[in-house]
Design a protein around this ligand. Structure first.
Ligand code: AMP
Ligand code: MG
Length: 497
């Protein structure tokens, strides 16, 4: 990375609309100085989208901002207050290790939160040190960018700087700060906080602000708060259906980690499922499997119930009537989820019309995959590339039968084989961020200061559906080749991506 000593303008264009809300909702803070910020990851294409100069971000002044050492003119950082149900238990939280630098207004007029994660203690730090370590910040960078590549709504990652300081965890680790970009950081937990500890008027102001920022089309309508709930229900149902379709497991679906915008947020112990097993859990602290793959839609509803509960006093002065309205609205979740998931699954199988038996066709395949511990991504990818002969399913009787039914089903729509392939390629990623690939990239970066593995991985993950381009973009890294889809057809049994 070309780093310059002089300061070059970055192009920040900050506003602080959240700071104009009642003070109960945030605290003014100064990010704590760090010893020697060093830029280790910069998302150049995102910088362009934000109207920021890459050279500016790479310059001494740009890096000082990304490290929290220099606050650009015209912005006043804050830490946001929020609460949340963590593994079912309600508690006060807030940005304990993050500073919201402000809202950057892009040249196209988009308002985006710029948050430094790992920037030091705040009034909400409780016992914590306010810091983050390099591995998890790079992990969030990689997975959030992979999600973006997959077309799944998510917060983005602009940069990671190391701080030059050691952070003590189970062992001493290098400190780092991630610059996170989000359409906002307003969470279900933000509303829970306002409902529990704020005045009704403060809750209303937060809701009005959120509507203006995320759902301007419902401003001034008859039941704006109920409409907001419905919008969030629909966005979350769509989001979680998309997670399920790519086998993504968030890992910590606490209410403070669920956005109102419908973006995926807070990549902790998340991962993509390898073998299809609905009970898969990645988080070691999730001993009861609360946030297992198969539970994600149900937990989505659980969290939205908490959101609805927080909104009750705004929805109707009569609590019973408010509850009834909220319940009716929450029932939209399963309709939207089912619709998005079914259509997504149909597309994964190259189906574009609807038949009553589609659900059982899909269910049968998933059951077979579960029985034979077939890899989720690779099975759909093999169906897409006619590569099933090289998978463990090829010689299984149930699968052969299913395959025939599938082919018959495909013939009952007006699509050529070529067109079916196009639909499938758009719906079945050829590349996902496999845990061992992510770990490899992190180890090289953290242990050896070698970011080339991560760069190759990010490059591959930016075009997960580009079956034909995979070889060109990824085979240039000698020690960590991500094998091409063409080779994959031959080497199908090996876990390649
Ligand atoms: P997370 O697990 O990142 O969703 O964080 C849950 C809560 O713990 C949030 O309120 C964080 O701000 C807080 N938190 C996590 N790590 C730290 C830390 N090192 N210092 C202070 N607060 C933290
Ligand atoms: Mg969180």
């Amino acid at each position: 990375m070309n780093i310059t000593d002089e300061s070059i303008p970055v192009g920040w264009n900050f506003d602080n609309s959240y700071s104009r809300l009642p003070e109960k909702l945030f605290s003014h803070i100064e990010p704590k100085m760090v010893r020697s910020p060093r830029l280790v990851a910069l998302n150049a294409s995102l910088a362009v989208k934000l109207g920021l100069a890459k050279e500016g971000l790479q310059s001494a002044g740009g890096i000082a901002t990304l490290g929290g050492n220099e606050i650009p003119n015209k912005t006043k950082p804050i830490a946001q207050a929020y609460a949340g149900h963590q593994f079912g238990y309600f508690t006060m939280l807030g940005d304990g290790r993050a500073a919201l630098l402000g809202e950057h207004i892009t040249p196209s007029g988009e308002r985006l939160d710029i948050q430094l994660k790992g920037s030091g203690k705040t009034p909400y730090s409780r016992g914590g040190d306010g810091r983050a370590t390099l591995g998890p910040m790079l992990r969030e960078y990689i997975i959030s960018e992979a999600m973006h590549g997959l077309g799944i709504p998510t917060t983005r990652s602009l940069a990671v700087v190391t701080t030059g300081e050691i952070v003590n965890r189970e062992k001493p680790l290098p400190g780092a700060i991630l610059t996170r970009v989000a359409t906002s950081h307003i969470r279900v937990g933000t509303f829970q906080y306002a409902a529990k500890w704020g005045k009704l008027e403060e809750l209303r102001i937060l809701a009005d602000y959120t509507i203006k920022r995320h759902f301007p089309e419902i401003e001034g309508t008859e039941q704006p708060y109920l409409s907001m709930l419905q919008e969030v229900v629909e966005r979350q149902a769509n989001l979680i259906a998309k997670w399920q379709l790519v086998g993504f497991i968030h890992g910590v679906m606490n209410t403070d980690n669920m956005t109102i915008s419908g973006e995926t947020i807070d990549y902790g112990p998340c991962a993509f499922m390898d073998n299809y097993d609905p009970a898969t859990v990645f988080s070691s602290i999730d001993r009861e499997g609360r946030y297992a793959y198969e539970n994600q839609p149900r937990i989505g509803v659980w969290n939205l119930v908490a959101f609805g509960e927080a909104l009750l006093p705004l929805i109707h002065e009569n609590e019973n009537q408010a509850i009834e309205l909220v319940q009716q609205t929450l029932s939209r979740f399963s309709e939207v989820f089912q619709e998005t998931w079914m259509n997504g699954m149909r597309a994964k199988l190259g189906i574009i019309n609807k038949e009553d038996d589609d659900e059982s066709l899909i269910g049968d395949l998933l059951n077979i995959m579960e029985s034979y511990q077939a890899d989720y991504t690779n099975t759909f990818r093999a169906l897409t590339t006619n590569g099933i002969a090289n998978t463990g399913l090829a010689d299984k009787k149930e699968f052969t039968l299913w395959y025939q039914q599938w082919k018959e089903r495909l013939s009952r729509q007006d699509l050529s084989e070529q067109e079916i392939k196009v639909v499938m390629r758009k719906s079945n990623p050829a590349i996902i961020p496999r845990n061992h690939r992510v770990e490899e990239a992190l180890e090289a970066a953290v242990e050896k200061n070698d970011y080339s593995v991560m760069d190759s991985l990010l490059q591959a993950l930016s075009k997960p559906y580009a079956y034909n381009q995979i070889r060109k973009s990824t085979l240039n890294h000698q020690s960590h080749p991500i094998v091409s889809i063409e080779l994959f057809v031959v080497l199908d049994r090996i876990d390649l991506c």
